[in-house]
Design a protein around this ligand. Sequence first.
Ligand SMILES: NC(=O)c1ccc[n+]([C@@H]2O[C@H](COP(=O)([O-])OP(=O)(O)OC[C@H]3O[C@@H](n4cnc5c(N)ncnc54)[C@H](OP(=O)(O)O)[C@@H]3O)[C@@H](O)[C@H]2O)c1
Length: 287
Amino acid sequence: MAIVQGLIPPSRENWEWICYVWQFFPLITAIQWVIDWYPQGKTSTESRFNIPGKIGWATMESVGFLLLLVIFYTLPKELGIGELPWGNWTMVGCFVIHYIYRAIISPLFLNPSMSPISPLVWMLAFLFQVFNAISIGGWVSGYGPTTVEDWAGRYWAMEFGLVIWAWGLLGNMFHDDDLREIRRAVDRKQRREAEKLGKAPGNVDKVYMLPKNGLFQYVLFAHYLCEWIEWAGFWMVGGVHCHPARTFLVNEIATMLPRALQGKRWYEKKFGKDKVGSRKAIIPGLI
Ligand SMILES: NC(=O)c1ccc[n+]([C@@H]2O[C@H](COP(=O)([O-])OP(=O)(O)OC[C@H]3O[C@@H](n4cnc5c(N)ncnc54)[C@H](OP(=O)(O)O)[C@@H]3O)[C@@H](O)[C@H]2O)c1
């Protein structure tokens, strides 16, 4: 049952082509090293074309796991594969769990506020999700391992990878929540004061402070670092030949590293170099 003939789910030829092209994504993110303009989050700009932050994050990030699920449901049928082994299900589970958190729970239920996003950033993130879902989706749905024997002999590596993936996800959630707590605390204070004065409380949009807990003591983008650890574990689950998981990790690093370095400059400008201290952007003691 093809949704878009040859693409969703992808034919083998199209899948190989998409995986090949997707490896060159770091060439696009090279622009982030030379241009500081990045209209999202801390560096969002005012524009009537902006997409509200929560809706923007939910829509641009949902497409990946939904597309992956569609491919996982349709491609094996097209290829005549009866049942895929549990290793494939494990990778799909890891991907879907992460993106239900990132695309649904985090923006729509947990984050106190999110800055508006430029349609350009939204579109690039949307395309990131589409390419990544087709690349990983094709691999787990029939073009990668398809039998229990294909996974045999590397269960220890898969289990180790799963543990790394889980710690990375928990670390990412913990540090995301530390950032949320900054705005929740300001919100509580504003509400108390507003109640005393009998006024309506203000909002917490664009309230920023230096985070300090957990790995934030050493790096300003601890949540990014944990996400890299998470996807490194995911690659370990798939194995060294799982090129879609490797491309995913490399592409995340390619876009998040310059963003974190830009973020460090932003923190130093806003709070002063003395307040930021010896903290690095993303890798403790290094970068
Ligand atoms: N950005 C990427 O390229 C990228 C790629 C893949 C995965 N991710 C993951 O997606 C998640 C969010 O990424 P992001 O780039 O949006 O992270 P971020 O800029 O650090 O923002 C995360 C959330 O925390 C708020 N926030 C950030 N710094 C704060 C501070 N100092 N004080 C108070 N609130 C603060 C932000 O509000 P505002 O929106 O108002 O700034 C936003 O709601 C992260 O866990 C990251 O690992 C990001």
